[in-house]
Design a protein around this ligand. Structure first.
Ligand code: PRP
Ligand code: URA
Length: 209
């Protein structure tokens, strides 16, 4: 496995992942779990954020301190990345959120782009793509392609469950993009679903399908 692929071993992540996968988990609980897992994985994925010194006045005097100096952009892939973006935004409220509309054509499994309102030039230092599922990898690669064409040069992918095929192809096409996950599963089935996975992440969050 590429040295830029990080699969969490944190007990909280693994416990919540089991609940997330279960077919009896209802959309309300499912959304809570996506949210909690996104925050835990972001915590792990953000250990290399750049810091700058500042001095804070406490009630007792000056205290040498640190603040995050990178401008962070969150790029949720619609629809399923939405719940992850809100969760991460709660931890980094100054982040910019740029939604990317991509869906998989059900016949070809190729990604189709339908929404992108990125400003003309990058106004951030670090772009974090958020999507719970990395299946064929087509959507993630398309998202990275969009961001690189835009001019982004520090990009991370944050997902929940991946198929080995998706991890392989994303790492091959964009070896500079670290991939942070809760699990890498067994394989993709003929319909392009991750097995055992959790089913359709968008449908399970939003009660559709
Ligand atoms: C799902 C998922 C990813 C994509 C992954 O979205 O959220 O975006 O599939 O598959 P890939 O790696 O094979 O590209 P989907 O197309 O179902 O759209 P939705 O979130 O709007 O339901
Ligand atoms: N998208 C999903 O929501 N689930 C999968 O298993 C694959 C792609």
């Amino acid at each position: 496995m590429s040295e830029k692929v990080y699969v969490s071993k944190h007990p909280l992540v693994l416990h919540k992942l089991a609940l997330l996968r279960s077919k009896i988990t209802e959309p309300k609980k499912f959304r809570e779990l996506v949210r909690e897992m996104a925050q835990l994985l972001f915590y792990e994925a953000s250990q290399d954020l750049e810091l700058a010194p500042l001095t804070v006045q406490t009630p007792l005097g000056d205290c040498p301190s640190l603040e995050i100096s990178e401008r962070i952009g969150l790029m949720p892939i619609l629809r399923a990345g939405l719940g992850m973006a809100e969760a991460v935004l709660d931890i980094v409220p100054t982040a910019h959120v740029w939604h990317l509309g991509l869906y998989r054509d059900h016949q070809t499994l190729e990604p189709v782009t339908y929404y992108n309102k990125l400003p003309s030039k990058p106004d951030i230092d670090l772009s974090i793509i958020l999507d719970p599922m990395l299946a064929t990898g087509g959507s993630a690669i398309a998202a990275v392609d969009i961001l690189k064409r835009w001019g982004a040069n520090r990009i991370k992918f944050l997902g929940l469950i991946a198929a080995p095929e998706g991890v392989r192809v994303l790492s091959n096409v964009h070896p500079d993009v670290p991939i942070h996950l809760a699990a890498i599963d067994y394989y993709l089935n003929e319909q392009g679903y991750i097995v055992p996975g959790l089913g359709d992440a968008g449908d399970r969050q939003f009660g559709t399908g």
